[in-house]
Design a protein around this ligand. Structure first.
Ligand code: MCA
Ligand code: AMP
Length: 481
């Protein structure tokens, strides 16, 4: 396989990345990542304390240069989730910025500080094995703790190249975003994507409409975001001529990780004349489809399959559906070089996820006459998409049940104009006369799992609705209030 980062093999003085005050050219990135790669070479796996910083980008590039699989860690991960990820992925060290304060859960691991400006840095030949694991990214399922998705160098390269073809993404592009760097969207598409092309990425550190306006106004050509970010941009467009101009000047506005409501598409197009391009992917599959820029605006669809991606709809019995009628609903299955290699330590879950070489996405869709995919729902109601994060109801229920004041718990997602869905916890207190306060339960979940998994609303009930078998009837919950 050819190198993941051709621009690092013969590095130039072109800008590679900017995050806050830190900027690195390709020469500087090659030196920083090259010297770190030497320090971690030989490790089986490394964890990366994935703050939204240049240090994270250098750490992950170094791991890829060294051929050592990287496990990005959400720096806000709570104690239970962190313990699970470390126990499951058994990294030999953790890479972190020199200023980062690491939690007690990482105390047992050797720490390697990421330096941005080492004085020397050897140039390294990248490993050649396309099937070797590049990254292990943790993702939620409906029940149990998150699973480690093993992504090969082949999958990363194939998906980034398919996007480059679909979007005419080149070394001249300057990508602007503020996505977290411990998921596929922000890290693989948002950092490794521009670096594979030899272009530039500017990470805002934290999302703000002002930051988007500033960087798109100062030469940014592409913006990546989740729908919540575009919703906030759409809210701000009304009175902000500078923001309108910045968006209108960008070459490509891309939304993904969850559905961008048609209303937000329309508000952005009405104000700027630009259409937001939606693409559809998954941690396990990287990118599957995209609307093609320059074609007809297609709000509500996620476009057609990317190069080399096979996509089919399958009904309940496993029969393949072929009508391009915009009506017949089936589960999306995909295959191609973009797919993951399996769940770490979970051959059972890996086997269950496949139908032959087709991966069952769990997403339900119809196909339009031109083959465009329109997602209409998910098979599992116990998966919630909030702010673009996938969150399993089961893991939150388990965390709530661990609170001594909680006897029963059920978690659902409710429509939310900003987050897409908000997490709602329905609880029965041990002592109905003195239930734990809402803030206490919210902090409890945030502390064990992660802040984005915290319930946004807690509703107290005397009992959860159950069927004769004792199973909680989640659909009956709203009526039980
Ligand atoms: C509030 N906070 C708390 C608590 N309450 N912290 C601890 N305990 C509490 N009780 C803090 C948070 O830590 C955070 O601090 C701040 O309050 C707000 O956090 P949050 O609620 O998460 O922010 P938000 O306003 O809801 O965030 C919106 C967002 C975010 C910026 C859009 O949801 C986001 O970054 N989403 C991106 C998700 C994503 O990348 N998904 C990709 C996976 P502070 O402000 O200091 O941070 S999907 C994927 O990869 C596939 C392949 C795909 O298709 O893309
Ligand atoms: P994750 O497992 O966190 O990587 O999230 C993947 C899921 O996000 C997919 O299975 C879809 O349900 C959803 N998703 C990603 N992109 C889109 C999109 N453009 N529109 C609707 N849903 C999306």
């Amino acid at each position: 396989m050819s190198a993941l980062f051709p621009a690092l093999a013969v590095p130039s003085d072109r800008p590679a990345l900017r995050c806050g005050a830190d900027t690195l050219t390709y020469v500087e990135l090659a030196r920083a990542a090259g010297s770190l790669a030497v320090r971690i070479g030989g490790a089986d796996r490394v964890a990366v304390w994935a703050t939204p910083s240049a240090h994270t980008a250098v750490a992950v590039v170094a791991a890829l240069l060294a051929g050592v699989p990287a496990v990005p860690l959400n720096p806000r991960t709570g104690e239970r989730e962190l313990a699970h990820i470390l126990g499951d992925s058994t990294p030999g060290a953790v890479l972190a910025g020199p200023e980062d304060v690491l939690p007690a859960g990482l105390a047992g691991l050797p720490r390697i500080d990421v330096e941005l400006t080492p004085t020397t840095g050897p140039s390294l030949a990248e490993p050649d094995d396309a099937e070797s694991p590049a990254l292990i990214v943790y993702t939620s399922g409906t029940t149990g703790p998150p699973k480690g998705v093993v992504l090969s160098r082949r999958a990363v390269a194939a998906s980034l190249d398919a996007l480059a073809e679909a979007w005419a993404w080149t070394a001249d592009d300057v990508l602007v975003h503020a996505l977290p760097l411990f998921h596929v969207h922000g890290l693989i598409l948002g950092i490794l994507g521009p670096l594979r092309r030899g272009g530039e990425v500017r990470h805002l550190g934290a999302f703000s409409v002002e930051g988007v306006e500033r960087e798109l106004g100062a030469g940014g050509t592409m913006l990546f975001g989740v729908p919540t970010m575009y919703h906030r941009i759409a809210d701000a467009l009304g009175g902000d001529a500078g923001l309108v101009k910045a968006l209108a000047g960008a070459r490509l506005l891309v939304s993904g990780s969850a559905a961008l409501p048609v209303h937000d598409h329309e508000r952005i197009t009405a104000a700027t004349g630009r259409t937001v391009v939606e693409r559809y992917g998954m941690t396990e599959t990287l990118m599957n489809t995209s609307v093609r820029p320059g074609g007809e605006p297609r709000p509500g669809t996620v476009g057609t399959p990317l190069a080399d991606v096979g996509l089919r709809l399958v009904d309940e019995d496993g029969s393949v559906l072929s009508p391009l009628d915009g009506e017949t609903v089936g589960e999306v299955q995909v295959r191609g070089p973009n797919l993951f290699s399996g769940y770490l330590n979970r051959p059972d879950a890996t086997a269950a996820a496949f139908d032959g070489d087709w991966f069952r996405t769990g997403d339900m869709a119809v196909r339009e006459a031109d083959g465009a995919v329109r997602l209409v729902g998910r098979k599992a109601t116990d998966l919630i998409k909030s702010g673009g994060y996938k969150i399993g109801a089961g893991e939150i229920e388990n965390a709530l049940l661990d609170h001594p004041g909680i006897r029963e718990a059920a978690v659902t997602g409710e429509p939310d104009p900003d987050l897409g869905e908000r997490i709602v916890a329905w609880v029965v207190a041990e002592d109905a006369s003195a239930p734990p306060a809402e803030a206490e339960l919210v902090d409890h979940v945030a502390g064990l799992l992660a802040p984005h998994k915290r319930p946004r609303v807690v509703r107290y009930l005397d009992a959860l609705p159950r069927n004769d078998m004792g199973k909680i009837l989640k659909k009956a919950l709203p009526a039980a209030r």
